[in-house]
Ligand binder design. Structure first.
Ligand SMILES: [Zn+2]
Ligand SMILES: [Zn+2]
Length: 144
């Protein structure tokens, strides 16, 4: 399922508008993740995350000092970033893996690709939406 889309230049901002960012990279994956951690982090039935292959951190245009990061202590790598004023989730750069995870809802640009699958569908909440034709995976999607 790998796609060779053009390099994307995306911008986004948090709910209060204090944090604004720009991120550039190649779109890798775009998933709805139904895992419990994503539900807790977002307060919704699933997170919707766009993964971009990036060569460096997000460019914070404003509000970088307002960003708080949190890593789940017993998770291998699950972490969140959010605006401490309004709580909007924000992009996270994973240097070791060379990608940035962008919560799609904070984008002000159109995402370069459309959602491809629902992952961790095996642990979804019964009330979570899923009325579409996207493939579903019990945990991670098979890597391509
Ligand atoms: Zn904010
Ligand atoms: Zn998740």
């Amino acid at each position: 399922m790998s796609q060779h889309a053009e390099t994307s230049n995306l911008t986004g901002s948090c709910l209060c508008g204090a944090v604004r960012f720009r991120v550039q990279g190649q779109p890798l994956r775009f998933y709805h993740c139904h895992c419990q951690r994503c539900r807790k982090a977002n307060g919704t039935g699933h997170a919707t995350n766009l993964l971009l292959e990036t060569s460096g951190d997000v460019e914070w245009i404003s509000g970088a000092e307002l960003i708080q990061r949190f890593k789940v202590p017993d998770a291998e790598r699950f972490s969140t970033a959010f605006c401490t004023t309004c709580g909007s989730p924000l992009p996270r750069y994973y240097a070791a893996r060379g990608f940035t995870v962008i919560p799609a809802g904070v984008l002000d640009s159109e995402p370069p690709i459309m959602p491809q699958a629902r992952i961790f569908f095996g642990s979804r909440a019964a009330w979570s939406c899923a009325d579409d034709v996207l493939p579903v995976h019990d945990t991670y999607a098979p890597t391509t």
